[in-house]
Design a protein around this ligand. Structure first.
Ligand code: NI
Length: 258
């Protein structure tokens, strides 16, 4: 039984430098049938591409994360690279892109918005969905999604159920990961309960965001089983049903054969 589809992972992260191939290799035995490795820079997207060529069940997304906005003089070169990498046959999305207003020393908001919007436009141009990062930036994210109307997912969804409903109205998906299992989780629990099951994507954001009982440890895609178990409890259905829906929804959104 292979139902675990991880719609958001970072196996290019240095946390996997010691045992990257072994970990990915072991996932299939643990029920993982698909992984999307999200790029954050041109370099990490290149690593993600290489992983997708090595492992048949690994796909990737090409993009510039809001914490990795280049210096303005690099803009053209970096954008051209992201676009080139996005044309690879195993690139299934533009991501991870978005806005992050959490850090005061982050890139200026105008620069983040500029990069987010031009990558939304690129996704539409290439008919690819987007994988969106939204941290403390809900209003601007919604405004730009409403303006550009991409297909895609808002990952590690941290907004209210009301915001989730706005995202759903745009035809997009909601990504839920380990945060739903955390003791202080309120909003993600309401979202997990309130959204239609056919709009839910499961994810890790590994190596980060490991679900309880592994919180704080290095995460990998197999731990989605614990996130799914929690969502199943919240919704009053079986873990299997949650995993199965997560897989089907990911395959539908990213155009992968189930
Ligand atoms: Ni991520």
């Amino acid at each position: 039984m292979e139902y675990i589809f991880d719609s958001h992972a970072h196996y290019d992260d240095e946390a996997f430098d010691e045992d990257r191939f072994e970990i990915i290799e072991s996932l299939k035995e643990k029920g993982v049938c698909g992984v999307i490795n999200c790029g954050c820079t041109p370099e990490s997207t290149e690593t993600a591409l290489a992983l997708s060529e090595k492992f048949d069940f690994v796909y990737f997304a090409s993009g510039i994360h809001p914490e990795n906005i280049p210096a303005p003089e690099e803009d053209e070169k970096v954008f051209a690279k992201i676009k080139e990498l996005a044309k690879h046959k195993k690139c299934v999305a533009i991501g991870e892109i978005g806005l992050d207003y959490h850090y005061e020393d982050g890139a200026p908001r105008e620069r983040q918005i500029e990069w987010f919007e031009k990558q939304l436009i690129l996704a539409n141009e290439l008919s690819l969905p987007v994988i969106v990062h939204d941290r403390d930036s809900h209003a601007d994210i919604l405004e730009l999604l409403k303006k550009q109307r991409p297909k895609g997912v808002v990952h590690c969804f941290s907004g209210s159920l009301e915001m989730a409903q706005e995202v759903l109205k745009l035809g997009m998906y909601i990504g839920l990961g380990g945060a739903v299992t955390f003791k202080n989780a309120k909003k993600p629990v309401r979202v997990a309960e309130g959204i239609p099951i056919d709009r839910l994507l499961l994810e890790t954001d590994c190596p980060y965001m490991a679900p309880v009982p592994f919180r704080g440890k290095r995460c990998d895609s197999s731990l989605i089983a614990f996130t799914a178990q929690k969502i199943a409890e919240i919704r009053g259905i079986t873990t299997d049903e949650v995993l199965r829906a997560g897989k089907i929804n990911a395959c539908t959104l990213f155009g992968i054969e189930a």
